[in-house]
Design a protein around this ligand. Structure first.
Ligand SMILES: [Zn+2]
Length: 318
């Protein structure tokens, strides 16, 4: 169960046991930093309990992922999975002044969520309410929610997603099961980047090291560096550049050895795509790229290596 979720073995074990034994609390708090898989786990949870093919009490399998319930949940159109968040608050606002608030107010809980809690599930066997970010609820909203937590209807699960315990009232904490989500290990993030985004191990490790245990942050960092260096590849290969411009670009990238190596790896990933379409034109560039990387690793001066490399790439493609 929960194979899709990276890491978080402890959280997965707690939830899997409760699901298999059919002893599922009515309210949870999924607590942990951003990008640790709290929302994904909540959605997967809804799929496991509502899957019409796999019986969660009989087998240790996750959801089937192709029945109508699974598909609707994936698409965000399942009638018994409700997101209680800022978007929903804006959606139900009757006046412009009720939009764009920085807190989740009582109206969202009392007028939108609670009526749905007390009507029978339309489609699924289980109704889910995911409140996020729970720490942004007002005290009135928490107090209102408390009534539901005190007398929860059957087959209803409320999941509060929050970063810190301090922000949730004790009365709510005592009526919910807290499941902690730890920052991910560097290796877990690196493996994810390699598997999902096809990064080289070297680049994936570097990004993972800076990601503070968050997949979200890792993906952001990945996009930033990829954009920066992919743009460089496009610039170098799309028109003849003046020597001064090439040298300026090389100087910017060569600020230190690590970023020079990273730039060469990402440019290589781009070059390989072009090489596959036109081997004759790009073979020399691929060779120069791997040679340059070797020089950089052997402590050659980054500016010199990149000057020569960039001049070569620009002369060969235009
Ligand atoms: Zn299914």
């Amino acid at each position: 169960m929960f194979e899709k979720i990276i890491g978080q073995n402890k959280a997965k074990k707690i939830l899997s046991e409760q699901i298999k034994n059919n002893k599922i609390p009515h309210a949870y708090i999924f607590m942990g930093e951003e990008g640790t898989g709290k929302m994904l786990t909540a959605i997967e949870f809804a799929k496991i309990l509502n899957c019409t093919i796999n019986d969660y009490t009989k087998m240790d399998a996750g959801p089937c992922n192709h029945c109508l319930s699974c598909e609707h949940i994936d698409k965000g159109s399942f009638p018994d999975l409700h997101m209680i968040n800022f978007e929903k608050q804006d959606e139900i606002a009757e006046k412009e002044s009720e939009k764009g608030k920085t807190k989740l107010g009582i109206k969202l809980i009392r007028e939108y969520m609670q009526p749905k809690v007390y009507i029978k599930a339309t489609d699924g066997k289980w109704k889910f309410f995911i409140i996020e970010p729970a720490e942004k609820m007002t005290i009135e909203a928490f107090n209102c929610l408390l009534k539901t937590l005190e007398e929860p209807p059957d087959n209803t699960i409320i999941i509060l997603i929050a970063k810190h315990k301090e922000t949730i009232p004790v009365t709510i904490l005592s009526r919910s099961q807290t499941v902690f989500f730890q920052p991910l290990h560097m290796e877990e993030i690196s493996k994810y980047l390699q598997d999902k985004h096809f990064l080289s191990q070297e680049n994936a490790d570097k990004i993972a090291e800076l990601a503070d245990g968050s997949i979200e942050k890792a993906e952001q960092l990945m996009l930033n560096t990829q954009n920066e260096y992919s743009t460089l590849w496009t610039e170098l290969t799309s028109k003849k550049l003046a020597l001064a411009d090439i040298l300026m670009k090389s100087k910017l990238v060569a600020k230190d050895r690590d970023s020079a190596i990273e730039a060469v790896s990402i440019i290589s990933e781009n070059a390989i795509k072009f090489f596959r379409q036109n081997p004759g034109k790009y073979a020399g560039i691929i060779e120069r790229l791997s040679e340059s990387k070797k020089f950089l690793e052997q402590n050659a001066n980054p500016t010199n290596v990149l000057d020569n490399l960039f001049i070569y790439i620009n002369s060969k493609t235009k």
